[in-house]
Design a protein around this ligand. Structure first.
Ligand code: NIG
Ligand code: FE
Length: 411
């Protein structure tokens, strides 16, 4: 380790490491713990009385406050133009999400608004959404395209996402979601759109290094399993990992197909079958639950959480922040919903936005507090981890560290 690298020693508060080798307690909790950070990495974690003797160290007293890993929102659509408040009203008046989509609203209405928005305007609106997440201790966020559905707008969205990562203190990971909906100008010619996606859009995105993964929406109102297989073949040609919105409104078998192709994650999963659960378990694919969409669409059919857990499928939780099915700009709210609506425990919800969310994005260097991992950390004005999930509309985050450096957040 470079002698000049800054060293920080945190003591004086409980530490939810989520790491069994650091503590066998629930949450991997060290009630009187210490964390030594050297440069951007965690160098040592353990009980405070065993902390290594250190010199040249900045000592930070947690003053009884809880430390967790920085939070990870592994599924968002936060770059978009316009809003869909009118559709929210229509759904409350009885229209279904599918019926609105079939009559030219839904995703396609955001596509119109995103195509006409200029890059600066999109950046400003998205940065405001991102800042709310950062205030809640989010240190890594995934952002999808999918409201462009043409080469110019898909690349515009992804450039905005990359810029958010460059101009804000957060790690941004991007997914190319050209297979989100059939754009209106291709109605009646799905084949031509898929050719455009595979032959022009994806190569342009890959060439400019704008995407870290390829995603799709496998559903009756979007793309079929064979169509998604073509998109995933193209992703493999470009060396890009895959993930899939699957089994949200019906069971098409998309999750099993994606898992068999080594998908990082399958997301939503309300209608996931037992075949889908087994395929995900065998492949090590993460199940990303999106309770915000379930809540806003007033779904009744819950994802098979107990079956996923019994099969050992890691479960992540994300906001799905988007203007239609999940205008949820808070990961703490999504955690609360995952507990209240889907029956996760607060510990499972916290693992869902740290350890398992990291895995859903293909990261092995974050999501827990353990020696060798990145020092992405959040500090909260609570004394027990369950308090993060218990209230709604309360943000107890007081500070976050990204790669060992303090990022101040307003509390
Ligand atoms: O994850 N399910 C598909 N895509 C988004 C919805 C986007 C929208 O309605 O604009 C989702 O819920
Ligand atoms: Fe989504």
């Amino acid at each position: 380790m470079d002698k000049q690298a800054p060293r920080r020693l945190f003591t004086g508060g409980p530490i939810a490491t989520l790491d069994a080798s650091s503590s066998p307690e629930p949450y991997g909790l060290l009630s009187r713990g210490a964390v030594l950070v050297e440069a951007e990495r965690i160098a040592w974690v353990g009980p405070v009385e065993e902390a290594p003797a250190t010199t040249d160290v900045e000592h930070i007293d947690l003053a009884g406050r809880l430390m967790t890993p920085g939070l990870i929102d592994c599924h968002t659509h936060m770059v978009f133009g316009g809003d869909r408040a009118r559709e929210f009203e229509m759904r409350l008046e009885g229209a279904s999400y599918e019926a609105i989509a079939q009559s030219g609203g839904g995703i396609v209405s955001t596509v119109h608004a995103t195509r006409v928005a200029d890059e600066e305007e999109l950046f400003e609106a998205s940065a405001q959404r991102l800042d709310r997440l950062l205030e809640e201790g989010v240190t890594t966020v995934e952002i999808k395209s999918g409201y462009g559905l043409d080469t110019a707008t898909e690349t515009k969205m992804l450039r905005v996402a990359r810029r958010l990562g460059a101009q804000r203190e957060v790690d941004v990971v991007t997914s190319f979601l050209g297979a989100h909906a059939l754009p209106p100008e291709y109605r009646g010619d799905r084949e031509a759109y898929l050719r455009l996606l595979v032959d022009e859009m994806m190569p342009a995105v890959a060439e400019a290094d704008l995407a870290d993964a390829v995603d799709g929406f496998c559903e009756g109102i979007a793309f079929s399993v064979p169509e998604m297989e073509r998109v995933f073949d193209a992703a493999a040609d470009h060396g890009l990992p895959i993930k899939l919105h699957a089994e949200q409104l019906s069971d098409l078998g998309g999750a099993a197909m994606a898992a068999r192709r080594g998908a990082l994650s399958c997301d939503h999963l309300e209608y996931l079958s037992s075949d889908g659960v087994s395929a995900m378990a065998s492949a090590g694919t993460v199940a990303v639950l999106l309770p915000g969409a379930f809540y806003y669409l007033r779904e009744r059919h819950k994802p098979p959480v107990a079956d996923l857990q019994a099969a050992g499928v890691p479960i992540a939780v994300a906001t799905d922040l988007n203007p239609g099915s999940s205008p949820v700009g808070s990961l703490l709210v999504a955690m609360n919903m995952a507990c209240v609506l889907f029956g996760l425990t607060p510990e499972q919800a916290l693992r869902g936005v740290t350890e398992h969310a990291a895995r859903a994005l293909g990261f092995t260097d974050r999501g827990r507090i353990a020696a060798g991992l990145r020092a992405d950390l959040a500090i909260w004005n609570v004394s027990r981890p369950g308090e993060l999930v218990y209230p709604l509309g309360v943000n107890p985050c007081v500070a976050a560290y990204l790669g060992g450096s303090l990022r101040r957040v307003s509390a």
